[in-house]
Ligand binder design. Structure first.
Ligand code: EAX
Length: 327
């Protein structure tokens, strides 16, 4: 009996030592993005914050900062993640090559066939490796959420084939692969932080921009961009990033919870985005915007194809092919 008691006490002690500090760990975190609460980024963010709150019994609270509240663009906010000033960020890959160069491989035009292809690559070993590479930049990349396939919009002409767009001055993200692709296609691209785009379009400093339907819709671009062409020239993945400082400060079970929940929300968030796209497009058309659906995508693909060779010293052909041929 005595022995059992002693054993019991020892077990209790061992357990109490082994029990992670999770029960005591408390935190309030900041989650940012360039997008408003109606964009699927922030719909995903809200879902993530709610689930984390529920699953930690309120120990971890995530406050949402949409619409560029914590920085004028994604580069600035990613720097905030590195420094720990921002805890969580949903961002496109736009400026991320400056932090983790390997991620740029996803920015090649006409790399992905469709959403199923995207999911296969991003949720498989290639996606895992690209997320892990962020550790070197002091960033914990939790999962791939999405922005969607990007389309060209402008305020000058109805673009059906690449020749129609020649000479257009467009804003691109601060992304060397995108810049090169648009130059190769004969446009005049200029990189710009997201927070400056609406005004630049309004003041006609630029003629156009390219983004998925959800961004155009959430930003109410119909007043400043009358021509919308479904070019789907590149897929825009959105790594869900966390400050490594914040991640490392959490007890292990909370770290695991964050990774698991980020993956779970990735599925939900991509679905929300995809399911809403067609309705948004119809609404955009109803605002008097010319929506060109039958774009000659081959003409864009052909015009942009030389950039694969241009970057061959930075991205191995075999790695590009591994993505393209994933089935
Ligand atoms: O991530 O800067 C951009 O064009 C991005 O697609 C947008 O902020 C969403």
């Amino acid at each position: 009996m005595k022995k059992a008691l002693r054993f019991g006490l020892a077990l209790c002690l061992a357990l109490s030592l082994a029990v992670p500090a999770a029960a005591e760990y408390k935190a309030t975190m900041k989650l940012a993005s360039t997008q408003s609460m109606e964009h699927p980024y922030m719909i995903g963010a809200k879902q993530f914050a709610d689930l984390i709150k529920e699953r930690t019994n309120g120990r971890i609270e995530i406050k949402l900062y949409p619409s560029n509240q914590l920085g004028k663009g994604e580069r600035e906010m990613t720097e905030g993640i590195q420094q720990g000033a921002i805890d969580l960020l949903v961002t496109s890959t736009g400026p991320l090559g400056g932090f983790s160069p390997s991620i740029n491989i996803l920015d090649f035009p006409f790399l992905f066939r469709d959403n199923a292809h995207v999911d296969l690559v991003l949720d498989g070993p290639i996606g895992r490796k690209l997320l892990d590479d962020f550790e070197k930049a002091n960033i914990k990349a939790l999962a791939f959420w999405e922005n969607g396939f990007r389309h060209l919009t402008n305020n000058k002409v109805s673009v059906k084939k690449v020749d129609d767009a020649k000479g257009l001055k467009i804003r691109t993200m601060e992304n060397k692969v995108h810049l090169a692709a648009w130059k190769a296609a004969g446009l005049n691209p200029t990189p710009m932080a997201w927070g400056e785009v609406y005004t630049a379009l309004q003041q006609r400093v630029i003629d156009g921009q390219e983004n998925p339907v959800a961004v155009y819709y959430a930003s109410k671009f119909w007043d400043v961009q009358k021509h919308f062409s479904l070019t789907a020239h590149v897929y825009s993945p959105s790594p869900f990033l966390m400050s490594k400082k914040t991640f490392d400060a959490m007890p292990k079970p909370d770290q695991e919870l964050f990774v698991k929940t980020a993956y779970e929300v990735a599925k939900f968030q991509r679905k929300v985005n995809r399911d809403a796209e067609e309705d948004k497009l119809k609404e955009i058309a109803s605002k008097g915007v010319t929506v060109v659906r039958d774009v000659d995508r081959e003409s864009f693909k052909k015009a942009m194809s030389p950039i694969y060779d241009q970057f061959s010293d930075q991205f191995a052909k075999s790695d590009i092919e591994a993505i393209m041929n994933a089935k």
